[in-house]
Design a protein around this ligand. Structure first.
Ligand code: IPM
Ligand code: MG
Length: 361
């Protein structure tokens, strides 16, 4: 099979981790008889440096022409980087929001898994973490507060800022359907998270999710208020299978869930539209403080590449091979610095990529 992949290396550690993901994909191609065709796209700070804007029309066209996009990470140090002297709509993050919207990537899948081998990294008490957890956060990605109208004004010397939170039922229904579909392939439980005791948008969310649930009688649906969910994630993370929620709640809860695993360098993500097309990126940021040092953990990006094989190309066997390689290498005791523990062998970004590529055969 020919896999047309657009690569956004991005900023900070982005280029290093994408290089290792490509190394692993190339090995998959070799072993399973596929052809990988890569096109590089500039986005974020890297695009600002060349074009003055974080995302160009050409970049969007190149992404659309590919079957899937593999991304590293974008953004820099918000205090020291000149990118953050620019107006907000020209900063690196605007590129990411822009490409999500342009490609209609409304469904964001963020798995948070506690790996047995990394259980010690979990910051929760043993009696809680020993139950293990494996959840999928499904975040609506192109609506809500992050895409609503906003403005800042000053009236009679008083500054005022407005952001608006809007959802229509179609936006809610399509992410809900994705959520239930994913749940059918997992433990068949959906926890829909909202703030229906206060917000109209949440009350509509709840109604539409219940309508969609009618078509999935095998899936157990529960509703949870977002503030309670934030507590439950640290109190009893094992209770969750699929968490289905709107854009801002998902942004916040997915960071919390990743922190609870204690190993954010391991967490992948996929952003999908209605077709097989998707953008795949690690859940972590661009870590400008360690960029170029060769110590970044490439595993989250490599696991994102595995999600790409699974969701955009239906190559389940190949995706399994990559995920098993990660488990085996952890079992053999290899760790990058962020997940290092006593008795293990510390390796750099490149070595980790080499080990994982070697493990696929
Ligand atoms: C994320 C990030 C982005 C978001 C930022 C960089 C715009 O926090 O992917 O979670 O809020 O969606
Ligand atoms: Mg975030």
């Amino acid at each position: 099979m020919r896999l047309n992949i657009a690569c956004i290396e991005g900023d900070g550690i982005g280029p290093e981790i994408v290089a290792e993901a490509r190394k692993v994909l190339d090995k998959v191609a070799l072993v399973y008889g596929h052809e990988m065709i890569y096109t590089n796209i500039l986005m974020g700070g890297a695009s600002i440096d060349v074009h003055g804007v974080p995302l160009t029309e050409e970049a969007i066209a190149a992404a659309k022409a590919a079957d899937a996009v593999l991304m590293g990470s974008i953004g820099g140090d918000t205090i020291t980087s000149p990118w953050y002297k620019l107006p907000p709509n020209l900063r690196p993050e605007a590129g990411l929001l822009g490409i999500r919207k342009a490609l209609n990537l409304f469904a964001n899948l963020r798995p948070a898994v506690l790996y047995d081998e990394l259980a010690d990294a979990c910051p929760l008490k043993k009696e809680i973490s020993s139950a293990g957890f494996d959840m999928m956060i499904m975040r609506e990605l192109t609506g809500g507060l992050y895409f609503g109208e906003r403005h800042t004004t000053e009236e009679n010397g008083v500054r005022k800022a407005v952001d608006t939170l809007t959802y229509d039922e179609n936006e809610i229904r399509r992410i809900a359907i994705k959520g239930f579909e994913i749940a059918m392939k997992r433990k068949k439980k959906v926890t829909s998270v909202d703030k229906a005791n206060v917000l109209d948008s949440s009350r509509l969310w709840r109604k539409v999710v219940e309508e969609v649930a009618q078509n999935y009688p095998d899936v157990t649906l529960e509703h949870m208020l977002v503030d309670n969910c934030a507590m439950q994630l640290v109190k009893d993370p094992a209770q969750f299978d699929v968490i289905l929620t709107e854009n801002m709640f998902g942004d916040i809860l997915s960071d919390e869930a990743s922190m609870v695993t204690g190993s954010i360098g391991m967490l992948a993500s996929a952003s999908l539209n209605d077709s097989k097309f998707g953008l795949y990126e690690p859940s972590h940021g661009s870590a400008p403080d360690i960029a170029g040092k060769g110590i970044a953990n490439p595993i989250a990006t490599i696991l994102s590449a595995a999600m790409m094989l699974r969701f955009s190309f239906d190559l389940d066997k190949e995706a399994d091979a990559v995920e098993n390689a990660v488990k085996n290498i952890l079992k053999k005791g290899y760790r990058t610095i962020d997940i290092m523990s006593k008795g293990c062998t510390q390796v750099g970004c490149k070595e980790m990529g080499d080990l994982l590529a070697d493990e696929i055969n």
